[in-house]
Design a protein around this ligand. Structure first.
Ligand SMILES: Cc1cc2nc3c(=O)[nH]c(=O)nc-3n(C[C@H](O)[C@H](O)[C@H](O)COP(=O)(O)O)c2cc1C
Length: 366
């Protein structure tokens, strides 16, 4: 039996316009960081417990107070309507049905009210413009449509260069699929360029402006995590933007432990980058994250609409449940206890050798 999740990207490569497929897949510059992300999770090792009753495993947790069925949720991404006409609404419906949470990009191509009307638990992600006042109508729309937190993306003072061997999605996509929750006409104003001077004061400003908890996304260093917390952040999100910003940045699997030990006692810590399986989620929890966020995986699934995104959530959840049973842990909070030594720093051999632990293996038969 082949793993359904493994076939999603190949299907997208066949069916999506090539500019959209490349846009999702690509990393910045040489793509070193994008390429390393998945393998880095594959190097984490566990030391499973036996002689433990794992009849019932409890995968649920809370993210800033919102209950989720599994400790993973959907990261923000641009151009969802270029993948499927229902875009963010399909993502929202599936994510709601999966008992998960979705972060909506400030670049979204669907009005926040339509996303909120699905009943999904959602947070707003924001790229702040140089002139912060241009973001105020966006923030107000998000608050009135029910956003429960604001995620400030901090790793994008400028957009990392990517190389394309054809027209880009930016050239080809329908402008109606981009940034439609801002006021009309702001895109052409000079002050709308991304802020290159983000600082802790922006965390304070977002909190005061929206009355919502602020999550700081794009942190790789413990000192930046501490500065975020000191400025009033409610959570820190370890991310290198899926390898789309500074190429050769550390894989998040390697950055996470130091950030978690610096701030996880006081705030929630999340991670993203290369999470493709329930075992990757287990590894993220083992290294100190409260939840892992999914970037490309739900985008590949979105090609098949809400039904396909729901299956992605369910398959991933089932993988995590099996992994917890096999690890001998019945609650997500106990997952760090099955981390083996310093798994992430032993790079010898990389991920499982070709054919070993093959995806063709039949689950449930040993
Ligand atoms: C196609 C695409 C679009 C993205 N758009 C945004 C965005 O609008 N805002 C943002 O903060 N991050 C954005 N990201 C980064 C994701 O939120 C996330 O950090 C990253 O994709 C995680 O890595 P993964 O794709 O390997 O799971 C985007 C990523 C991709 C792949």
């Amino acid at each position: 039996m082949a793993r359904w999740l493994d076939g999603l990207e190949a299907r997208a490569a066949e069916v999506l316009p090539s500019s959209v497929h490349r846009y999702i897949r690509q990393g910045s510059r040489d793509g070193v960081t994008a390429a390393e992300a998945v393998a880095a999770w594959g190097r984490v090792r566990f030391l499973p417990r036996t002689l433990t009753d794992v009849t019932h495993v409890q995968t649920g947790t809370r993210l800033l107070g919102t209950p989720v069925r599994h400790p993973n949720a959907v990261a923000p991404s641009t151009f969802q309507r270029a993948i499927h006409p229902d875009g963010e609404v399909a993502m929202a419906v599936a994510t709601r049905d999966a008992g998960s949470l979705m972060v909506v990009s400030s670049n979204a191509g669907t009005p926040f009210v339509e996303i909120g009307a699905t009943g999904v638990a959602w947070w707003l992600q924001v790229y702040l413009p140089a002139d912060r006042t241009l973001a105020i109508p966006l923030l107000e729309r998000a608050v009135s449509a029910g956003a429960r937190a604001v995620v400030l993306t901090t790793d994008t003072p400028v957009v990392g260069t990517k190389y394309d061997d054809g027209p880009t999605v930016w050239e080809e996509a329908d402008p109606a699929h981009l940034r439609i929750n801002f006021d009309a006409g702001v895109h052409d104003l000079p002050g709308f360029a991304k802020a290159t001077d983000l600082g802790p004061a922006d965390i304070v400003w977002l909190r005061e402006r929206t009355g919502l908890p602020v999550v700081v996304k794009g942190v790789l260093r413990p000192d930046d995590a501490v500065r975020s917390v000191e400025a009033g952040a409610s959570a820190v999100w370890v991310s290198n933007h899926g390898g789309r910003q500074l190429d050769r940045s550390l894989p998040t699997a390697q950055a996470l432990p130091a950030v978690a030990s610096a701030v996880a006692d006081s705030v929630e810590v999340y991670v993203d980058g290369g999470i493709r399986s329930g075992l990757d989620v287990l590894a993220a929890l083992a290294l100190g994250a409260r939840a892992a966020f999914l970037g490309r995986l739900p985008l590949w699934a979105l090609l098949g609409g809400a039904e396909s995104v729901l299956r992605m959530h369910r398959d991933l959840g089932a993988e995590l449940e099996e992994a917890m049973q096999l690890a001998g842990v019945t609650e997500v909070a106990h997952v760090p206890s099955v981390l083996a030594g310093s798994g992430v720093t032993t790079s010898a051999g990389g991920p499982a050798a070709e054919g070993y632990g093959s995806r063709q293996a039949r689950p449930g038969r040993d």
